[in-house]
Design a protein around this ligand. Structure first.
Ligand code: UDX
Length: 435
């Protein structure tokens, strides 16, 4: 069986590597020639734990990386994993996926196989039926359901656990109309992931499942952040004990109840905005999601208030930012709250020094010499009037008095509460802990 994966980002490269390491013949396709060269040499173009090893295993077996669509001719299965970025109005940009689908259509026009095309990219309800299917039929000259099958198959993997999530997804969602192809798809996924529940539904519902999933995750985070803000005004209250207690109620569940600076990353902010935009178009005002988003923005205001309260006039002050990636174990800074805080502080003429174990190079491309870069925790804090912990990197939980001894003023603002139990000789302020 020949499987092709079109688009080698977090989702596509993880999938191609895992499938190849399991013994399938896989073509990983990306239009970026430089990226393809790196991947062919076993280099992962971003940081994702375990991916390098799985990629190497895949390359040793039957993984071929190519930038030419001709390479995917005669595939039995084609996964589309290209990005669907955000437009300024919150809607998603379909240019990349439309182009990829048109190329796939042209290739399958010459194919001897009747392939199944799985759309893993996140797209708003109606996209498969109204946009992608017509392009495929036009470019291939073939009829959907007869000579090829188009199936929605949303992806739920998290960055930093991409390999685990690709190998062991919690659910497989298959959205389509063509029974023959859905049956084939079910057999394929049953072999790939025995014992994982498979939900079979239509296109629109499948597309909506992904948005419902991500907006619910964002909801949990904004909920606990709202509780966290209330806690901050109750002396002695601690949001983590509250999250632990309510998380033990199985109706609530313990995951995604970590209060913090707000959700960032390449998916939650984008997907919440896209579904809000879509909701308005369908005639439903997304009141609930508006609140989820507002609370997320409010967390930045909360952090700024803590900085001002403890540092006074910010002009000319040295502030240290610890953590730039949107979460630990990644170098991804897309929609990272750290970067938003840096932009606000720069406008207030603050002298900023930053530290991150993985993401510094990506941040340099954005802020260049507008901020300073430190390679150690001691150096980022040296001479600062305040240190702000933004990402829960494990090394930050090991900060001691030795690291903070050369601060100009010993103020630590901990947006993740990872130092809440360490008895540091400093003015310690944390999101979600009442003072
Ligand atoms: C998310 C979804 O979890 C995943 O299912 C989907 O496929 C893609 O989007 P990801 O973007 O990798 O995954 O990050 P995630 O782990 O969900 O974290 C998103 C943001 O929420 C981060 O900024 C993180 O710090 C924040 N977060 C998460 C919290 O503040 N508290 C939590 O309890 C959990």
């Amino acid at each position: 069986m020949k499987i092709s994966v079109v688009g080698l980002g977090f989702v596509g490269l993880s999938l191609a590597s895992v499938l190849a390491s399991k013994g399938f013949n896989v073509i990983g396709l990306d239009v970026d020639v430089i990226k393809c060269k790196k991947i062919s040499n076993g280099i992962v173009p971003f940081y994702e734990p375990d991916l390098k090893q799985v990629l190497k295993n895949g390359l040793k077996k039957n993984l071929e990386i190519n930038n030419n669509f001709l390479s995917i001719k005669n595939s039995d299965i084609i996964f589309i994993t290209v990005g669907t970025p955000q437009k300024s109005n919150g809607a998603i940009e379909l240019t990349i996926i439309k182009k990829a689908i048109a190329s796939v259509g042209k290739i399958i026009s010459k194919s001897k196989k009747n392939p199944i095309i799985f759309i893993k990219s996140t797209v708003i309800p109606g996209t498969l039926e109204n946009t992608l299917l017509p392009i495929l039929e036009k470019e291939s000259g073939k009829e959907s359901g007869k000579e090829f099958g188009l199936i929605s198959n949303p992806e739920f993997l998290q960055e930093s656990t991409a390999i685990r999530d690709t190998k062991f997804p919690h659910v497989i969602v298959l959205g389509g109309t063509e029974k023959k192809y859905l049956k084939k798809a079910k057999i394929f996924f049953n072999i790939l992931h025995p014992n994982i529940p498979i939900i079979i539904t239509n296109y629109q519902t499948s597309e909506m499942i992904k948005y419902a999933n991500n907006s619910f995750l964002a909801t949990k985070i904004s909920f606990i952040n709202q509780i966290s803000s209330i806690c901050q005004n109750i002396p002695g209250a601690n949001v983590d004990d509250i999250a632990k207690a309510i998380g033990l109620d199985s109706r609530i569940g313990k995951l995604f109840l970590n209060a913090g600076p707000g959700y960032g990353g390449s998916c939650l902010p984008k997907d919440v905005k896209a579904i809000m935009n879509f909701s308005l178009k369908t005639g439903t005002t997304p009141l609930f999601l508006e609140a989820v988003e507002k609370i997320n923005e409010q967390q930045i205001v909360n952090i700024m208030k803590l900085i001002k309260k403890n540092c006074g006039n910010l002009k000319g002050k040295n502030i240290a930012i610890l953590g730039l990636a949107f979460k630990p174990n990644t170098d991804d800074i897309r929609d990272s709250i750290s970067l938003k805080i840096i932009k606000i502080l720069l406008k207030k003429h603050v002298i900023i020094t930053v530290h991150d174990p993985m993401a510094i190079e990506n941040v340099k491309k954005i802020f260049k010499n507008k901020i300073n870069y430190a390679s150690s925790i001691t150096n980022v804090l040296k001479n600062s009037h305040c240190g702000i912990i933004m990402t829960a990197w494990p090394e930050y939980s090991k900060i001691t008095n030795n690291h903070i001894k050369n601060m100009e003023k010993r103020v630590i603002i901990d947006s993740r509460r990872i130092l809440k139990n360490s008895k540091l000789d400093c003015n310690y302020q944390a999101i979600g802990i009442g003072s």
